[in-house]
Ligand binder design. Structure first.
Ligand SMILES: Cc1cc2nc3c(=O)[nH]c(=O)nc-3n(C[C@H](O)[C@H](O)[C@H](O)COP(=O)(O)OP(=O)(O)OC[C@H]3O[C@@H](n4cnc5c(N)ncnc54)[C@H](O)[C@@H]3O)c2cc1C
Length: 508
């Protein structure tokens, strides 16, 4: 990699990026290669973004012999990946699953992922991912990610150091009948919710010791394009310096999604705009997506994302029922909390309520949602919630009648959670996406091949350009089906892009 050219600091005025606002939602035009006076840095593969996707791309590109330079907008590496639970969705009979006595198959994992993820999921990516899940597990372990031989039945991210759990909808209806359930949430050994930090504490040093270089506080702002349309570099802003970075073989955009960009959210993902908690690091501004759009890339599934309805923990609240504005149930309450969030955000105008009795309530003062009413009867809640007279009563009455026999004929909640709501006081909680603690992040992004090559709006590959992680429209789609699909997508398809870019022809 060449060193900075300190001699020439002259840029034509059209290239200045210091004034480009991070927010905003318009595409970012590319810089014409001919307008660039010089390159400050050169590498074979230039990666924008030092989260899981970018770092896995960097590791593999180095392993394939490429010189790699990573640009990170923030003063610290890790991205949202380091804030996350670190859960990676893996299966097909990983050594951890086997050691803990669980049977799984690539087919069952694939069937679940294809069936649960909404209409027209990314079949090519899901299939490739499932086929290579065992190899990916081995790769993570070989790069320092450790898993403990401990399983938990908890529905929530383990807090007890367990490394395997059912992280999604596998055991809920209808999915438990579609594909044989297996626990596939693989959590790096850690205490508490710090799996993402543990994951990145393995991957970041692995990239460094492989020889990938990183520039901190360097925000990629515009792509550089040759006359023939090939992407050959990035113009970035590092403090008050504008730098031009040449990519001989490829640019990998790994800048995360856009949950922190309110303008983009309002325009592309209004349902997520309504959710109360942007769930990502401060760099999640959509800059990578906008740079891609600026060179004609297709941005797809831009309205889709992940939203959590904070129903559990504790799990006893799953004995309660979730209803909409019409006091009707609309899902099995034991489904994954991001499925419940999706159904509420996208299909119920963001409005949901939880009804509990004395045995299924939260502890007093749970910070995650407002308590709207407490009453000795369901009729008392009905008034407080503004439901039509008799509507909630009818819903609870129907539910209780069947719950006497542990049956849920409407939504098939698992019998172990189906008990009558019979013991006062009854409570009504506001689970609406605006009022409750409702974390959300985006899934939409640049359309890519399974090797991470970015496609334009006609479906043609844009030479020299790759996108991975939440900058791309990857495996995760809405409704989100299980924790770990995003990190799985970032790490696995980050690797594919790194390998492909490293082997690409050198730009003239
Ligand atoms: C609290 C929390 C828990 C989560 N738990 C899980 C989980 O357990 N499992 C799971 O699968 N998913 C989880 N997620 C979601 C998951 O963390 C993200 O979807 C995933 O980490 C995104 O990875 P990424 O590499 O695409 O982006 P990131 O990890 O965010 O990395 C992108 C990097 O790019 C940088 N960047 C942005 N713009 C630029 C630019 N213009 N130039 C240079 N750099 C730039 C950013 O600063 C950032 O460092 C969780 C998210 C949160 C917030």
């Amino acid at each position: 990699m060449s060193t900075p050219d300190t001699g020439r600091r002259r840029f034509v005025s059209g290239l200045a990026v210091a004034g480009l606002a991070a927010s905003g939602c318009s595409p970012r035009d590319a810089v014409d290669r001919r307008a660039l006076p010089h390159w400050d840095y050169t590498a074979d593969v230039v990666v924008a973004g030092a989260g899981a996707a970018g770092i896995c791309a960097a590791i593999e590109a180095r392993a394939a012999g490429a010189e790699v330079l990573v640009l990170e907008r923030l003063p610290k590496t890790g991205g949202s990946s380091a804030m996350s639970g670190g859960v990676c969705y893996l299966g097909g009979g990983t050594p951890l699953q086997k050691a803990l006595g669980f049977e799984d198959s690539i087919e069952a994992m694939r069937d679940f992922m294809l069936a649960a993820g909404g209409l027209h999921p990314a079949r090519d990516k899901i299939e490739l991912y499932c086929e290579n899940s065992l190899e990916h597990f081995d790769w993570l372990v070989a790069h320092g990610v450790k898993y403990a031989q401990k399983f938990t039945e908890s529905k929530e991210l383990p807090l007890d150091g367990s490394s395997l759990y059912f992280s999604g909808c596998e055991l809920a209806a209808p999915w438990r009948d579609i594909a044989r359930p297996a626990p596939r949430g693989h959590v790096p050994t850690t205490a508490g919710h710090t799996g993402g930090r543990t994951l990145m504490e393995a991957l970041l040093p692995a990239a460094e010791s492989a020889g990938a270089k990183t520039l901190l506080g360097a925000s990629a702002e515009r792509l550089v394009r040759e006359d023939d349309g090939r992407i050959v570099g990035i113009v970035a802003q590092q403090g008050d310096k504008t730098i031009a970075v040449r990519a001989r073989r490829g640019v990998v955009l790994a800048c995360g999604g856009f949950i922190q960009n309110r303008e983009m959210l309002k325009r592309y993902a209004p349902e997520l705009y309504e959710c109360s908690v942007p769930w990502a690091n401060a760099g999640d501004m959509g800059i990578g997506i906008r740079m891609g759009m600026g060179v004609g890339a297709a941005a797809i599934r831009m309205n889709q994302g992940f939203a959590i309805l904070p129903l559990y923990p504790p799990e006893r609240t799953i004995h309660g029922i979730v209803v909409n504005r019409a006091a009707q149930r609309f899902l099995p309450e034991d489904s994954y909390y991001a499925y419940a969030g999706h159904e509420t955000a996208y299909n119920q105008h963001g409005v949901a309520y939880l009804v509990t009795d004395a045995d299924s309530s939260y502890d007093d003062g749970d910070f995650r949602m407002p308590l709207l009413a407490e009453a000795a009867s369901i009729a008392g809640l009905e008034q407080a919630g503004g439901f039509a007279e008799g509507a909630l009563h009818q819903t609870v009455d129907f539910y209780n009648r069947h719950a006497e026999r542990s049956v849920d004929p409407l939504w098939h909640k698992h019998p172990k959670w189906v008990t009558p709501l019979a013991k006062p006081p009854f409570r009504l909680y506001d689970l609406s996406v605006r009022s409750a603690f409702c974390p959300a992040h985006t899934f939409g992004g640049l359309e890519t091949t399974v090797r991470g090559q970015v496609l334009d709006v006609s479906g043609e590959v844009i030479p020299g350009l790759y996108a991975v992680g939440r900058t791309s429209a990857g495996m995760p789609s809405a409704p989100y089906i299980a924790s770990g699909v995003s990190i799985g997508d970032c790490s696995f398809f980050g690797r594919q892009a790194g390998i492909h870019a490293a082997r690409a022809e050198v730009a003239a």
